[in-house]
Design a protein around this ligand. Structure first.
Ligand SMILES: *Cc1c(COP(=O)(O)O)cnc(C)c1O
Length: 463
């Protein structure tokens, strides 16, 4: 376009230096650094240049540049890990960080993080000690296992265990358990990567102990059982018990490993989670090694537990890969504190994941009523409380859906997507659920001290 002829002087772009002299850029520089401020200024000028060329904007050019910069600044400032309010009702929400921690775990992390700590040091002898002995002895006490080691996550636990026990050998697994669990954990792929060969047994729906027996050869590394987690085969099905598999493995002198997934340390069948392997039960039934996550039903931080026979655990600890997969002091501090709650029997009071799971529907209803009573002027907003279901998540049974009550909101002229987007734009974003073009809020996963903030968010929708 011909700038000199048709565009008034107001449409001339300011220099980068002129833009950087604005107060906004002093704030950006303080928050994100000088380099980011210069980059955002250049990008904002480029955006406005395009707008002018396309004649898609009007108004004061400097203001347009500042608006573009402000948007970029906000986007960049909010792009890291940040706190959100989880009103989805999905208790173990992998995209929202799975399990929030207990007060004890938070305190432990803060203490260990701010000072030195005896991570691999024996304060009695003054000599180098083993890493994480307290967490490991606690998990042994809680599960009845002889020994334990903790790594980065359950995927790492599976990978390392297979590498140590089955490199170059066959791993026998039921065809019904060759599953994918959430995105990129696929049992056949993990197996292949660890250098083991898959030896399938039985069929998708029915695998019997005789199928396992038939698959055993001199090249068998181990028998693997994988909890199918968020997948179920129903109807005409069969699978041997852990007791039967353990007896077969013992008789043929091969290890029996179970990837239990969620890590239920206590029986959760009264909450619809009767299918979750309870770790202590697997150990009592004779499983040699059990693997499970630290941040699913256990309610702690990302970690992978390997518990079982000491001879095998020792071999795992000696493998060079252990060094690459081990956890840090903050994870140990949180795990020790979280397991401490189980040891004291106060897990349902202390650990948010279990507290939310166990909360009765009536409690959610009462809190929902109280919360909407705080919204005095609703404008066009239509609010009601409806019965619904929460979701346990984190790879637990797909049909485990605690009954709950939902705050349902609608506003004529606005879609639920628009309402949800404005919730997400708040300083503390609120993540809600959408169904039937209604915005649904499940207080089961909202902390009580977040209710005032949530009420503010609803008031803003009404305004
Ligand atoms: C969730 C899950 C995993 C992966 O656990 P991460 O801790 O996320 O690595 C592995 N196996 C099973 C059976 C699971 O349910």
């Amino acid at each position: 376009m011909n700038m000199s002829a048709s565009v008034p002087s107001m449409r001339v772009l300011p220099s980068i230096d002129r833009v950087l002299a604005e107060d906004l850029f002093a704030a950006i520089g303080l928050s994100l650094g000088r380099g980011a401020a210069v980059r955002i200024a250049r990008d904002a000028v480029a955006v406005v240049r395009t707008q002018i060329e396309e004649e898609s904007s009007s108004g004061d050019v400097l203001q347009l540049v500042l608006n573009a910069a402000r948007t970029a600044f906000e986007r960049e400032s909010s792009s890291g890990v940040r706190r959100v309010i989880n009103a989805t009702g999905v208790i173990i929400h992998t995209n929202l960080g799975r399990s929030p921690l207990s007060e004890a775990a938070i305190q432990a992390i803060s203490e260990y993080a701010s000072r030195y700590c005896a991570l691999e040091f024996d304060v009695v002898t003054g000599k180098r000690g083993r890493r994480g002995p307290r967490a490991e002895s606690l998990i042994c006490e809680l599960t009845g296992a002889e020994a334990a080691v903790i790594v980065n996550n359950c995927a790492a636990a599976a990978f390392l265990t297979l590498k140590v026990l089955a490199l170059g050998k066959e791993v026998i697994i039921s065809r019904g358990e060759l599953v994918e669990i959430g995105g990129d954990f696929r049992v056949p792929d993990v197996l292949a990567e660890s250098g083991a060969t898959l030896r399938e047994a039985g069929t998708t729906n029915r695998t019997k102990i005789a199928d396992y027996a038939k698959a055993i050869s001199e090249n068998t590394g181990l028998i693997l059982r994988v909890h199918p987690s968020n997948f179920r085969v129903i109807g005409f099905t069969a699978a041997p018990t852990n007791l039967e598999l353990a007896a077969l493995a013992r008789e043929r002198a091969i290890p029996f490993v179970e990837d239990a997934g969620s890590g239920a340390l206590v029986d959760l069948s009264e909450f619809g989670l009767g299918d979750e392997p309870v770790i202590a039960r697997s150990i009592a039934d004779g499983v040699d090694v059990v693997l499970f996550s630290g941040d699913k039903l256990l309610g702690g931080v990302q970690a992978g537990f390997i518990v079982g026979k000491s001879e095998i655990i020792e071999r795992i600890c000696r493998h060079p890969l252990y060094r690459a997969l081990r956890i840090d002091k903050l994870a140990y501090s949180a795990i020790e504190a979280t397991l401490g709650s189980y040891a004291r029997g106060s897990q349902f009071e202390d650990i948010p994941t279990l507290r939310m799971l166990a909360a009765p529907a009536e409690e959610v209803l009462k809190r929902s009523r109280k919360l909407i009573d705080r919204i005095e002027s609703r404008g066009l907003l239509k609010i009601e409380i409806v019965e619904g279901e929460s979701v346990v998540g984190g790879g637990s049974a797909p049909d485990a859906k605690p009954v709950t009550w939902l705050i349902s909101t609608e506003r004529p002229g606005k879609t639920a997507d628009e309402l949800s987007a404005s919730f997400r734009r708040r300083p503390i974003p609120v993540i809600a659920r959408i169904s039937d073009d209604k915005l649904l809020l499940d207080l089961r996963t909202v902390f009580e001290d977040e209710e005032a903030e949530l009420a503010d968010a609803i008031r803003e929708l009404a305004a």
